[in-house]
Design a protein around this ligand. Structure first.
Ligand code: URA
Length: 204
């Protein structure tokens, strides 16, 4: 079967791209997911925010960041003065990767090959939105945007050059905060996350 790479140039409009991504076979994740979860937000946005991949709820809703991590992201953005509806929100990987465990679908991290395969779509989004800056939420987004898989803890709060020189601000993924069992530590990480997003708002 013909692979997408051999199927000619990218469709031009964002809607057509999303439609095309729905049947993507560049990696094995797509056919297992409910639907493609494409980016959302104004195509004229100055800021692009990139997560890892849709979660369980995003997969069902077909929209990015509508689950618990998205709710936290919304609150933190609000506190930092970054408007969600002014940013373009998307993910490094556009389909939900999971392993079934009983009735639950347990999130599985996409591997480097899958991130690489899906970067083609992310690059298409970047080319259309042409943001002034991007925020990488966590290691997967950082890998997709900068090509470097180095630990996020060492790079957090810094700006690296992405595709075509796009400034990429690196920070943690909100799901990381949700996984911290200690309340005080979680609160401290949340505070730092607000601080990170405030820096982006001030420098953009
Ligand atoms: N986590 C992500 O990285 N992206 C989403 O859309 C939801 C949760």
């Amino acid at each position: 079967r013909a692979r997408k790479e051999t199927m000619g140039p990218a469709p031009s409009g964002m809607k057509a791209l999303k439609h095309e991504a729905a049947t993507c076979t560049r990696c094995p994740i797509g056919p297992c997911a409910t639907q493609v979860v494409w980016g959302e937000g104004p195509e004229t946005a100055d800021l692009m925010i990139v997560g890892e991949q849709p979660g369980d709820q995003e997969d069902l809703a077909g929209r990015p960041f509508v689950g618990p991590a998205g709710t936290l992201l919304d609150k933190v953005m609000q506190e930092a003065g970054v408007q969600r509806d002014e940013a373009y929100l998307t993910n490094a990987v556009k389909h939900f990767k999971f392993s079934p465990r009983g009735k639950r679908r347990v999130h599985e991290r996409p591997n480097a090959g899958e991130v690489q395969a899906c970067k083609w779509w992310l690059d298409q989004e970047i080319a259309r939105v042409r943001p002034r800056a991007a925020i990488a939420l966590g290691a997967t987004a950082a890998l997709a945007l900068t090509g470097s898989g180095e630990r996020i803890t060492r790079r957090r709060g810094t700006i690296e050059a992405g595709t075509g020189g796009l400034p990429v601000f690196l920070t943690i993924h909100p799901a990381f905060i949700l996984r911290i069992p200690d309340k005080e530590r979680a609160a401290e990480e949340r505070r730092r996350f607000v601080e990170d997003l405030s820096i982006v708002r001030e420098t953009l």
